[in-house]
Design a protein around this ligand. Structure first.
Ligand code: SF4
Length: 261
């Protein structure tokens, strides 16, 4: 069965070759960088500690962030991932940035999010038939806040580059559309990206209101149709998107015939 997830759709949008080699040929990059582990550790930190904040005073009692990083790293190494650090990387500076700013992130979330029951990291999935093709839609919702029969959907992102988050084109945004669709029976009130930059110590939010049901189905099914067409076209390297920027860090550049070096 064809699998759809927001990350698969987003990789298609960057370059169909990257999608083809990763998901059809199953050539996976097992390199892990500190920023990726830090993202996983921060998700766990928020999940375990956000419910313990009932006043600003509780922020002083928060645990250190580093043990979460160590645990996430050791889990990934056990799975066979290959941990690499960039040239000139300083462990001390890196950890210290996270220790200092993660409390501000929790303070922000405590003040910003609506009050209600919090559900973390729920896996959701559904099979949808589009043009006689069964597609399995999957996603993991970072946080849902249930308040007065409405659901607020929250996604956590960590970034080094704020520029990529100043504008979100909601009509083509695979993550919000798929979560709105999969959670449609839970009366979704809104979807928000909360984007944390631990180097620059900034927080950006990007917010989308609930979408009317008919419009949601039309937009999401349209996106799935594009996904199927792109999937079918992905073995043809005339459809790839080579550029110096795209290919520079691409794991597949050693065997991709149209890579630009
Ligand atoms: S090397 Fe370039 S063209 Fe080839 S898959 Fe990667 S990004 Fe696409």
């Amino acid at each position: 069965m064809l699998k759809f997830s927001p990350s698969r759709y987003n990789i298609q949008s960057e370059c169909l070759g990257r999608y083809y080699f990763t998901y059809i040929m199953n050539r996976r990059d097992n390199t892990l960088w500190p920023g990726t582990i830090a993202g996983t550790a921060t998700h766990s930190y928020l999940e375990e500690n956000l419910n313990n904040i009932n006043s600003e005073n509780d922020l002083k009692k928060l645990p250190l962030w580093k043990p979460y990083f160590d645990k996430a790293l050791s889990n990934e190494i056990t799975k066979g991932m290959n941990y690499k650090k960039p040239r000139g990387f300083s462990d001390a500076n890196f950890i210290s940035n996270y220790e200092k700013f993660v409390r501000e992130v929790l303070r922000f979330l405590y003040l910003y999010l609506p009050k209600g029951t919090k559900i973390f990291e729920e896996k959701i999935s559904e099979i949808i038939n589009i043009d006689n093709i069964d597609i399995e839609i999957t996603g993991v919702v970072d946080l849902q806040v249930k308040n007065n029969d409405e659901t607020y959907i929250v996604d956590f992102k960590t970034t080094k580059n704020n520029n990529t988050w100043y504008f979100v084109d909601w009509k083509d945004d695979a993550q919000s559309l798929s979560y709105f669709y999969l959670l449609r029976e839970r009366n979704p009130h809104s979807f928000v990206y909360t984007i944390f930059n631990f180097e620059q110590k900034t927080i950006i939010t990007q917010f989308s209101d609930e979408i009317e049901k008919e419009q949601l189905q039309k937009s999401f099914y349209g996106l799935l149709q594009d996904f199927v067409v792109n999937h079918n076209n992905s073995s043809n390297n005339n459809n790839y998107n080579p550029s110096k920027e795209n290919c520079k860090w691409c794991f597949h550049k050693t065997y991709c015939k149209v890579a630009i070096s």
